[in-house]
Design a binder for this molecule. Structure first.
Ligand code: NAP
Length: 255
């Protein structure tokens, strides 16, 4: 049996976190624990240990880090998951362990893109042009309330909602598609055409897995209400799995 020397906690809930856990498992003498919030009923299979559920704020996370003798904290949560990312930054300081944030580069507007940029999902619901009657919501099933509110004012808008698990709120005049990315361009073109989508709501997630809808919207001249990311805390950041592994390896060498 290999001797475990160092423990890495990954704050996960993303495809990148799944990939990172699998790659870190190949580094000898590392024990990988992935943490999930528990939002998805059937999360993607993860290599290594998994713990599920909130920690109880930054202090709860700091206690977890200390009690479980975690040596490194790597945050690979979604770029819009601002609360857990702030908690990770505070907790790693409290526990005095190295901390890294893997943050995918955000999508940048290109020629032909018609983005309506907003700060929050609430603002996104309000920013959907009044003339738009068929909206594709890809900003997540947890934040549907603003669209429900909008549907009270504009009852003739139809919504297509895509998420991994069914949403708790049922929008009137809507259809739910249960699906997990990545999504390819052909699929997205077909979907926008089939449902005659006139606007998309998206978070600026970055990365390739869900970028095809942005290209398809560009091709069709469809506007995207794009929810910007929250501000990130100070701290060490990388944009790729390879850089995260290099960061960890360079610190392991110091031991
Ligand atoms: P959030 O608003 O930043 O966090 C809310 C609370 O959820 C945190 O304070 C923490 O509870 C708990 N939490 C979040 N991520 C956790 C994790 N990886 N492990 C343990 N607890 C976690 O988070 P969110 O936006 O709801 O996202 C929840 C999860 O879904 C994250 O894993 C994220 O990567 C994933 N996700 C989010 C989005 C998005 O658009 N926000 C998209 C795709 C995937 P305590 O304070 O009790 O510790």
């Amino acid at each position: 049996m290999k001797k475990i020397l160092k423990k890495v906690l990954i704050l996960g809930g993303t495809g990148d976190a799944v990939k990172l856990a699998a790659q870190l498992a190949n580094i000898p003498q590392i024990e990988v624990i992935s943490s999930l919030a528990g939002r998805t009923k059937k999360p993607s299979a993860l290599v290594g240990q998994v713990r599920i559920g909130g920690f109880g704020g930054a202090e709860g996370l700091a206690n977890y880090l200390k009690e479980n003798a975690i040596d490194f904290l790597i945050d690979v949560t979604h770029p819009c998951a601002g609360q857990i990312t702030n908690n990770g930054a505070i907790a790693s300081q409290l526990a005095q362990i190295p901390h890294l944030m893997l943050v995918r580069t955000q999508w940048e507007k290109q020629s032909g893109d018609n983005w309506i940029e907003v700060e929050t999902v609430e603002a996104a619901a309000q920013a959907i042009p009044e003339s738009v009657k068929r909206v594709f919501i890809t900003s997540g099933r947890q934040q549907l309330e603003p669209f429900w509110q909008r549907s009270q004012t504009y009852p003739d808008t139809w919504y297509l909602m895509r998420s991994i698990d069914p949403p708790d709120i049922e929008l009137p005049n809507s259809k739910v598609l249960l699906d997990r990315g990545p999504f390819n361009l052909e699929q997205e073109r077909e979907l926008l055409g089939e449902y005659q989508i006139e606007a998309i709501v998206s978070k600026n997630s970055g990365g390739a897995a869900t970028y095809a809808k942005i290209i398809a919207a560009r091709e069709l001249g469809i506007p995207i209400v794009m929810v910007q990311r929250p501000a990130m805390p100070e701290g060490e950041k990388v944009t790729s799995i390879e850089e995260a592994i290099a960061w960890l390896n360079s610190r392991l060498k110091a031991f």
